[in-house]
Design a protein around this ligand. Structure first.
Ligand code: GDP
Ligand code: IMO
Ligand code: MG
Length: 423
């Protein structure tokens, strides 16, 4: 039996989907533990690119069961679209995809509330993906939410109507210019609920207890990144769930002492999409090159991602919060061609040099302190073995391992499944 967790250490989009797909053959169950369709997890193999939002990234392998855990919020409309996209690939969905009864549903009015809240915030907006994530988790913690298990009950539409009515009053109170036709949105919503009902809803914690008792192996798949965590991220510019390792325990019902490895994924540089502070952000040609070469556009919203140098102050913080046991460095190929690479090893914070991640990392307070390392020119994308990697890249990796105190076990050199080097 083993339970491992895989999660992002930055502001999301580190390449979680790709690595979950690569690791899936080693596991019996792949279980998403938090977030919802704000996530966009990209996988590439056989010349095809797939983007998953709610469905775990183990779905393309023949054996593993994929579980959408209790900590996840599900938009039936987006979920149905994901299933439609998978239809050509001959996957036995009812057998391979299970849903926790305790997962909460994103209603059409949650999406509208997200839009109204963002519009009302004006310049201070979070830059939400507008998928209704915040309002749905608010209803969960406010004890008003509708769960997947509810839709098996005869009176759930009354509960739905009462909540939707309340939401409409709330939307109006924002006085934001939100145009909508709820009746039309509900046709799509209730249609998609019927599709959702073709899957097995389960008491997923009990399913996982049994799986563990039978010695099965489980990989918990995170969404977003540690710096978007509701408690430990750059609040308020965060998402509404615990994206960190603890979220895997609450989002699946797995006890902390069952967790073995915590795989932490990071890009060789940093990106962020949406608003919020980003100390190492670059506004020059170097940042533009990272964005262009790295194709840094959001997998869910298509928005350009902000780019900057690797921030080791933030990364060390994420390693500590999650108890990371193995690191995976993604997109090293994107850094090929720079003469010098910079890595932020400390912050200048109100005149003092600090190495811990402070309460507020607003650029007005924080200036990054950089260490420079030599770059490499070689194209990495065709490399398959660690001994082919240029010596400057090896020096970069070894520098990070010393700073972070955790080994880097995978180096990813391209989006394809095959472009993955084990060390
Ligand atoms: P996730 O949300 O963490 O699963 O990451 P995304 O899928 O949102 O973003 C990662 C992007 O980088 C996707 O377009 C991947 O196909 C791509 N990608 C992943 N690993 C690599 C890599 O090593 N090199 C390059 N160039 N692209 C990669
Ligand atoms: P994956 O799983 C990157 C960001 C949004 C916004 C903030 C809050 O693909 O790494 P929300 O819609 O959650 O209320 O938005 O969080 N965000 C992500 N950024 N990758 C993601 O997921 C993200 N999910 C949310 O851009 O800044
Ligand atoms: Mg993503």
């Amino acid at each position: 039996m083993k339970v491992d967790i895989l999660l992002g250490l930055q502001w999301g989009d580190e390449g979680k989907g790709k690595i979950v797909d690569v690791l899936t053959p080693q596991y019996d169950i792949i279980a998403r533990f938090q977030g919802g369709p704000n996530a966009g997890h990209t996988l590439e193999f056989d010349g095809i690119k797939h983007v998953l939002h709610t469905i775990p990234s183990g779905i393309f392998h023949p054996t593993a069961v994929n579980l959408v855990g209790n900590g996840v919020v599900i938009d039936p409309v987006i979920f149905k679209r994901e299933l439609d996209n998978l239809a050509p690939f001959g996957i036995d969905i009812p057998k391979k995809l299970l849903i926790s009864r305790k997962a909460h549903l994103i209603l059409p009015t949650h999406r509208l509330l997200d839009a109204a809240s963002e519009a009302a915030k004006g310049k201070a907006k979070i830059g939400s993906t507008l998928k209704g994530i915040g309002p749905t988790y608010m209803d969960k913690t406010g004890r008003n939410g509708i769960r997947v298990g509810d839709i098996e009950l005869p009176n759930w539409k009354e509960k739905y109507r009462a909540l939707a009515n309340k939401h409409e009053a709330m939307i109006a109170s924002y006085k934001a210019d939100i145009q909508y036709d709820l009746a039309e949105l509900e046709v799509a919503f209730f249609g998609a609920i019927e599709t959702l009902k073709t899957l097995d809803f389960i008491d997923s914690e009990a399913y996982l207890f049994d799986a563990m008792a039978q010695g099965k192996s489980i990989l918990a798949e995170g969404a977003q990144g540690s710096l978007l965590d509701i408690d430990f991220g750059t609040y308020p510019f965060v998402t509404s769930s615990n994206t960190t390792a603890a979220g895997a325990c609450t989002g699946l019902g797995i006890a902390p002492n069952k967790i073995k490895e915590v795989f932490g994924i990071f890009k060789a540089y940093t990106t962020r999409v949406g608003s919020g502070p980003f100390p190492t952000e670059l506004f020059d040609e170097v940042g533009a090159t990272m964005g262009r070469v790295g194709n840094e556009f959001g997998a869910t919203t298509g928005r350009p991602r902000r780019c900057g140098w690797l921030d080791l102050v933030a990364l060390k913080y994420a390693v500590a919060i999650n108890g990371v046991t193995q690191l995976m460095m993604m997109k090293g190929d994107v850094l090929s061609g720079f003469d010098k690479l910079k890595v932020c090893t400390a912050y200048n914070y109100q005149g003092k040099t600090i190495t811990h991640f402070p309460y507020d990392i607003d650029p007005e307070l924080v200036t990054p302190v950089y260490t420079e390392l030599p770059g490499w020119k070689e194209d990495l994308t065709g490399m398959t073995q660690a001994d082919q990697l240029p010596k400057e890249l090896m020096a970069y990796i070894e520098f990070l391992e010393v700073e972070l105190g955790v080994p880097i076990k995978i180096v990813s050199v391209g989006p394809d499944r095959k472009q993955t080097i084990l060390r």
